[in-house]
Design a protein around this ligand. Structure first.
Ligand code: FAD
Length: 390
């Protein structure tokens, strides 16, 4: 984002320390992360060095307990950091959000021993995580997953295929949901699987519309053996753990979406000020001015919505409905705003010479991941009207 654009973002942060943290991240994001975005997309290269930098700077474990190497930051601060990272490069913002999602099970449901053993390396020791829920035949209906974990003495043997895994094939650890019992949500258990486990392999990354630097791959578990000490939570508790991780993860996606939208608005305003037609800057024309005003208004509404959900979470109150609303609204906003940003740039917006076409392609995936926006509407409606009757 240009300096001018970041001036419009009025951030309300709880402490001076958190204000400085977000300002520092904005500076790192704009100086070190944004400049490589187009080249990364073109080359389809994962920027592992950026994640090493973030880990070394204490930015990979922000919302977690400092006793285990985390940053002790409330979600309202962590999400504004994510927004800044995503505005610079979505593969980084989304990557940090997915990493946080992958840490959620151990941090929230692991035993004291499991937390002490694994979290320091996960939160600030340079490791990168992935979250494995989806399967080729179990997407929105995740509770129908078929990857199996079978008990064998002190071990579990995991067999099956996970699909669409962000950081698949490059992650150092995988939080894996597998079936250990009967069909349905209650037969699922969570495991922490090391990236170099024998029998674990990744297919070639999917060829995607955008986010080309972020590998998304199928993972094959061919009799992967992990000890019972790597089972997280109780047997049968896995789906509840997965859903609880997704409530928080959806807020991460919402914040990333607002980052993408803000970056697009910034480009659009900058371009409109400089481009002359009919002897005047196109920013003079009311048709465009109203479009920019609508884009900015939707962004601010989205930011307010995700922050309200985050503040509820920080106060220990239920926030699942608000998280679904924030994910839905912010990602739809990112889609609309990025499409409009392309329109503001006219023909130039349709070229690779400007970032708005990339931002538009990036926005699309945010309406799909961590529960499509149809699924978010189902979640919200269940809070309003109770479960469907059939
Ligand atoms: C780039 C990328 C990264 C991803 N990263 C991860 C990851 O790290 N870990 C992971 O586990 N998963 C990941 N996913 C998977 C993602 O969460 C799924 O793609 C998503 O949940 C949808 O599942 P599906 O693709 O199988 O679509 P489907 O479930 O087959 O849905 C197809 C369409 O039907 C609609 N639909 C389905 N059920 C209903 C219903 N009941 N009512 C109304 N509409 C419905 C959906 O909204 C969608 O429009 C990723 C996906 C992508 C594209």
């Amino acid at each position: 984002m240009t300096d001018r654009a970041s001036q419009w973002v009025e951030r309300r942060l709880p402490t001076e320390e958190s204000r400085q943290l977000v300002a520092l991240v904005r500076d790192i994001a704009q100086r070190e992360i944004a400049p490589g975005a187009a080249e990364e997309e073109e080359a389809g290269r994962f920027p592992r060095e950026v994640f090493t930098l973030l880990s070394d700077s204490g930015l990979l474990g922000l919302p977690y307990d400092s006793a285990y190497g985390g940053g002790d930051q409330p979600y309202e601060v962590y999400l504004q950091v994510l927004e800044e990272l995503a505005a610079a490069r979505l593969t980084v913002g989304l990557g940090v959000s997915v990493h946080s999602l992958a840490c959620h099970a151990v941090a929230g449901y692991g035993t004291k021993e499991q937390r002490a053993e694994h979290l320091p390396a996960m939160l600030g020791g340079g490791l990168l995580g992935a979250y494995c829920l989806s399967e080729p035949a179990a997407g929105s209906d995740a509770a129908s997953l078929r990857t199996k974990a079978v008990r064998d003495g002190d071990d579990w043997v995991i067999t099956g295929t996970k699909a669409w895994i962000t950081h698949g094939g490059i992650a150092d650890f995988y939080t894996v949901l597998a079936r250990t019992g009967a069909e349905g949500a209650r037969g699922i258990t969570a495991f922490l699987v090391p990236g170099d486990a024998a029998g674990l392999s990744a297919a070639a990354p999917e060829k995607k519309m955008g986010m080309k630097g972020s590998p998304t791959a199928q993972l094959n578990f061919d009799g992967v053996r992990v000890s019972d000490a790597r089972r997280i939570g109780d047997e049968g508790q896995g789906f509840a753990i997965a859903l609880s991780a997704l409530d928080s993860g959806r807020l991460g996606i919402a914040a990333c979406a607002i980052g993408v939208a803000q970056a697009a608005l910034s480009e659009a305003v900058g371009y409109a000020a400089g481009r002359q037609q009919f002897g005047r800057p196109i920013a003079d024309f009311q048709g465009l001015r109203f479009m920019l005003a609508d884009m900015a208004t939707q962004i601010e509404a989205g930011r307010a919505l995700y922050l309200e959900a985050a503040r509820l979470r920080d106060e220990g109150k239920p926030f699942s409905r608000q998280a679904a609303m924030a994910k839905l609204f912010c990602t739809d906003t990112a889609m609309r705003v990025t499409v409009d940003a392309v329109q503001v740039l006219g023909g130039y917006g349709y070229t690779l010479d400007f970032p708005v076409e990339r931002l538009m392609r990036e926005a699309k995936v945010l309406q799909i991941v961590e529960g499509t926006n149809q699924i978010q509407r189902m979640v919200i409606a269940r809070h309003l009207a109770g479960p469907e009757t059939r």
